[in-house]
Design a protein around this ligand. Structure first.
Ligand code: ADP
Ligand code: F6P
Length: 319
């Protein structure tokens, strides 16, 4: 393969720039031409191709977001959209595509592959909701951003002896809540994979108060409810003052952590190596600290298993 293209799609994630940089520099290093596609899958349809050079990825490794921009593109789900994308790729002489994104974007990459266009997926999403890989790009940075917020909220909750509900992102996946709840010392963690009743939440908080706690932190995954709603329900069942914070998009931005720069770089290099070998139809990931790749259809079909042992540990040490 002599010419490849790279794009970022779906929700952005810190570390995407590190992955773009690695794809471009490693690709050029092994004698390929590399094109960037702006605005994700939409850019394939709208013909937003830009030639990439060693210098076009200078000074980006430390930046959040994605220099190629990203988008959600409903048109890509249609046969017409996909045919236009392939026509444009071929018109530029591109022979292989790297899609950096989440499960939705992987469906787009799979559609390309199904139509005979070799495509590789790199897992880029803060949600950590892909079963075939232990970690997705951006998850670690988002966790650290959330922890920073929890630490700050904890200071004021502690001073005022209040309870705070902190709603975090993650779509239908509870990993952001689980890891930040565990590491932020939350008393209660509420995730879609293991819902709690309002009585259980109140009882868990109340248990802490009986043991001398005077403030509390509840981390709530967005897929398990809303902080404002929960605040109303909880306030009716406790004497404590309850506050709610929805962290929102602050979780998606910021300079990528060391871990996400490492993952982005190694995922990017791995993806180019696959295309160099003429392989499409694969998604790259990390399992037990080893980078690997697997069939895109098999990978997408895998169902993520929630780490219930870690969840129980978090609740025990949060008491
Ligand atoms: P993420 O990749 O972060 O999961 P989305 O779920 O929004 O984000 O998906 C990103 C894009 O992937 C969508 O806007 C659409 O262009 C494409 N996509 C999603 N599902 C499909 C599908 N079934 N077939 C083709 N493309 C899809
Ligand atoms: O998939 C990443 C994510 O940040 C989810 O956690 C969240 O539900 C969603 O994207 C928000 O999407 P948007 O930025 O389009 O509001």
């Amino acid at each position: 393969m002599k010419k490849i293209a790279v794009l970022t799609s779906g929700g952005d994630a810190p570390g995407m720039n590190a992955a773009i940089r690695a794809v471009v520099r490693y690709g050029l290093g092994v004698g390929m031409e590399v094109m960037g596609v702006e605005r994700g899958l939409q850019g394939l349809i709208d013909d937003l191709f830009v030639p990439m050079s060693m210098r076009s990825v200078s000074d980006i490794i430390h930046r959040g977001g994605t220099i190629l921009k990203t988008a959600r593109c409903p048109e890509f789900k249609t046969e017409e959209g996909q045919q236009t994308a392939i026509k444009n790729l071929r018109a530029h002489g591109v022979e292989g595509l790297i899609v950096i994104g989440g499960d939705g974007s992987f469906m787009g990459a799979k559609a390309m592959t199904d139509r005979g266009f070799p495509s590789i997926g790199i897992p880029g999403t803060i949600d950590n909701d892909l079963a075939y890989t232990d970690y997705t790009l951006g998850f670690d940075t988002a966790c650290n951003t959330i922890l920073d917020a929890i630490n700050k909220i904890r200071d004021t909750m502690s001073s005022h002896e209040r309870v705070s509900i902190i709603e975090v992102m993650g779509r239908n996946c509870g990993d952001l809540a689980l890891y930040t709840g565990l590491c932020g010392g939350a008393e209660v963690i509420i995730v879609p994979e293991h819902k709690m009743t309002i009585e259980e939440i109140a009882a868990t908080l109340g248990g802490g108060m009986e043991h001398g706690k005077t403030s509390g932190i509840i981390v709530l995954a967005e897929g398990a409810g809303s902080a404002d709603e929960l605040k109303k329900e909880l306030a009716a069942r406790t004497d404590m003052v309850v506050k709610s914070t929805r962290l929102g998009h602050v979780q998606r931005g910021g300079s990528p952590s060391c871990r996400d720069r490492y993952l982005g770089t190694c995922f990017g290099v791995h993806a180019v190596k696959l295309l160099k070998q003429g392989k499409g139809n694969r998604i790259v990931g990390i399992r037990d600290n080893k980078f690997y790749d697997m069939d895109i259809i098999e990978g997408i079909a895998m169902k993520k298993k929630f780490d219930i042992d870690l969840y129980n540990t978090a609740l025990i040490v949060g008491k």
